[in-house]
Design a protein around this ligand. Structure first.
Ligand code: PEP
Ligand code: CO
Length: 449
């Protein structure tokens, strides 16, 4: 039962690439072990305390970003636009829920993907599946699909520049609440659903003007700055181990590749390497929970990943599908509540609602995404638990990957701008549609009763 950063190596790691040259991988691991950490332990602890507030029903989690980040088209505008949408959504969610929104990006490290099959066959040729830019490349050729350890270093470097820019944007004036609100007003005035969203946007405006008039705004950095934490699926354990450092302040281990790490639906085996590795690092953790998860599995995962029952340590990210959330979620909510484990419950309404369109695109419909969030809220209201947050795949750009939304993206539009490296993402306007629609579902927290 003793843990160390290598103890996962004695277990089976699912969904790993077949690295053709282990000595090359080892060389890269050594190099990564000596580079500076991307985040500090103290920041991970700060996020944990904010997630602790979510677990108590005193805050709301917004976790969002790409399905898979890309080495191509890596530029400041794409990062800025993603951040902008997250900030805009957060304002809407904060106002409607009456509690702070804790913002966590699927960003600065989200480069590795588990796939349903390790290989892909096209016209009789079988090659390794694309596993994300941390591992190989998307085009279907032998050279592109070969797992390449140097990509771990490139992922680290791109994460470092992304994080650097995010820190500059969030602290350097870009995230000022007044600006974010004016972007929201632009969105509302140009939206087909403008009428529907206008009241909320106006109320936020009045609240801001009131704070301005009373002089509160100028005294609080929260108005002018924002805080965005980073997260990714901890899939490639050599990368995670190499960036794991002992915190000199507490003598505890932190995976300094991101503030928060999550375990995917396909790698949450209790006796597997991913659970083994993550149980030992002190970061806040997420774990995906799909429709086949049993009460026993999930309560056992809570025990293994959070034996000390620390608030903010574990976020269970449920991704059931719009059709099944009403049936599958309530028993889990009940069992975890009964076990006394303090978890954050977040809803990933993306991964249970994917299908292939007639045009051959992997897509999701906005209405299904919204329906799963609504089912999630219903289940929590029924169980008396706090619907703690949402976990969304989005981009700031004007892509056409998901159907529906107030701009009503149709099947015939999907080919126009379908750019995702992996799963279909809500575009900027669909993401804002979702925030305004979720705002209608969130019951403001009552401070007195
Ligand atoms: C993901 O979040 O991109 C993902 C692969 O999700 P899941 O593990 O829930 O399938
Ligand atoms: Co995805």
């Amino acid at each position: 039962m003793t843990w160390n950063p290598q103890s996962w190596r004695n277990k089976t790691a699912a969904h790993q690439p077949a690295w053709p040259d282990p000595s090359e991988l080892e060389r890269v691991e050594k190099e990564l072990a000596s580079v500076p950490p991307l985040v500090f332990a103290g920041e991970a602890r700060d996020l944990k305390s904010k997630l602790a507030a979510v677990s108590r029903g005193e805050a709301f989690l917004l976790q969002a970003g790409d399905c898979a980040e890309s080495f191509d088209g890596f530029n400041a505008v794409a990062i800025r636009e993603k951040l902008r949408v997250i900030l805009q959504m957060a304002v809407v969610l904060t106002y409607s829920s009456g509690v702070p929104a804790v913002k966590v990006g699927r960003i600065a490290g989200q480069f590795a993907k588990p796939r349903s099959s390790p290989t892909e066959t096209v016209n009789g040729t079988e090659l390794p599946s694309f596993l994300g830019h941390m591992v190989n490349d998307l085009p279907f050729s032998e050279g592109d699909r070969k797992p390449e350890p140097n990509r771990l270093l490139k992922a680290y470097n791109q994460s470092a520049s992304t994080l650097n820019l995010l820190r500059a944007f969030t602290k350097g004036g870009f995230a000022d609440l007044h600006r974010v609100q004016s972007w929201n007003q632009e969105f509302v005035s140009s939206s087909n659903q403008g009428q529907r969203y206008n009241q909320l946007a106006e109320e936020i405006d009045r609240a801001l003007r009131f704070m301005e008039a009373t002089g509160v705004s100028s005294q609080h950095s929260e108005i002018h700055e924002a805080e965005l934490f980073t997260s990714h699926e901890a899939l490639i354990l050599q990368y995670e181990e190499a960036l794991t450092r002992n915190d000199s302040l507490t003598n505890e281990w932190y995976d300094c590749s991101a503030h928060m790490l999550w375990i995917g639906e396909r790698t949450r085996q209790l006796d597997g390497a991913h659970v083994e590795f993550l149980r030992g690092v002190k970061n806040p953790l997420g774990c995906k929970v799909g429709p086949t998860a049993t009460v026993d599995e999930i309560t056992a995962l809570c025990e293994v990943l959070n034996p000390e029952r620390e608030e903010g340590r574990l976020t269970l990210i449920t991704r059931m599908g719009a059709e099944t959330v009403g049936k599958n979620l309530p028993p889990l909510l009940e069992a975890v509540a009964e076990s006394g484990h303090p978890v954050v419950w977040a809803c990933d309404p993306m991964h249970g609602n994917t299908f292939t369109s007639e045009t051959g695109h992997k897509t999701r419909h906005f209405d299904d995404v919204l329906a799963e969030v609504a089912g999630f809220f219903d289940a929590h209201h029924g169980a008396g638990t706090w619907p703690g947050g949402i976990h969304i795949e989005l981009t700031g750009e004007d892509v056409t990957e998901c159907l529906g939304g107030s701009e009503e993206v149709q099947t015939k539009d999907l080919g126009k701008r379908y750019e995702t490296m992996c799963d279909p993402r809500l575009n900027g306007r669909q993401a804002l549609d979702l925030a305004f629609r979720v705002a209608e579902l969130v019951k403001p927290v009552k401070t007195t009763d």
